[in-house]
Design a protein around this ligand. Structure first.
Ligand SMILES: Nc1ccn([C@H]2C[C@H](O)[C@@H](COP(=O)(O)OP(=O)(O)OP(=O)(O)O)O2)c(=O)n1
Length: 139
């Protein structure tokens, strides 16, 4: 198993998750249940469980700094269930999820181009910008 560049953490690939899910299903003779439709419904069910964690909490700060340790562990479990079913669903549909996701990121960048970064021009000095970011905004 590869080690990450920072802190010696284990790197996890989609292929690893896919293989482990396959082994898990085979060992229990559950492949017959892992049809695309069943996996999709199972994943949506887990998205519901994930949503329940956030339900009634109001806005949550990035990183969930105020959450108790057990809440973070529970969050990790529900996020994992969604990811594992998504990986399994992709396999069941014959889609290479990693490849598809990288392609989608490229498509997103074309559809939503980042504003040009220039040091010497700011919105408001005669340049037009398609974004909503205003530098030198007067208050
Ligand atoms: N037929 C199944 C059943 C479960 N799992 C795996 C994938 C998920 O990671 C996890 C889901 O298990 P549960 O349905 O028991 O759901 P939870 O773990 O969320 O338990 P609960 O719904 O009781 O909170 O187990 C699976 O691959 N195939």
């Amino acid at each position: 198993m590869k080690k990450g560049e920072e802190g010696g953490e284990e790197e996890v690939s989609l292929q690893t998750l896919s293989k482990k899910m396959d082994d898990f299903a085979k060992a229990r003779d559950w492949e017959k249940y892992h049809s695309p439709r069943n996996l999709l419904l199972a994943m949506v069910g887990e998205v519901g469980e994930l949503s329940e964690i956030f339900q009634w909490k109001g806005e949550v700060a990035r990183g969930c700094p105020d959450w108790k340790e057990e809440e973070k562990v529970h969050l990790g479990e529900e996020l994992s269930d969604v990811l594992l079913y998504l990986v399994r669903l992709s396999d069941a549909c014959g889609v290479d999820l990693g490849k598809a996701a990288l392609r989608k990121i490229e498509l997103n960048a074309i559809k939503y181009p980042a504003p040009k970064q220039t040091d010497d021009h700011c919105v408001g000095d005669g340049e037009h910008s398609s974004g909503n970011i205003k530098l030198n905004e007067e208050h």
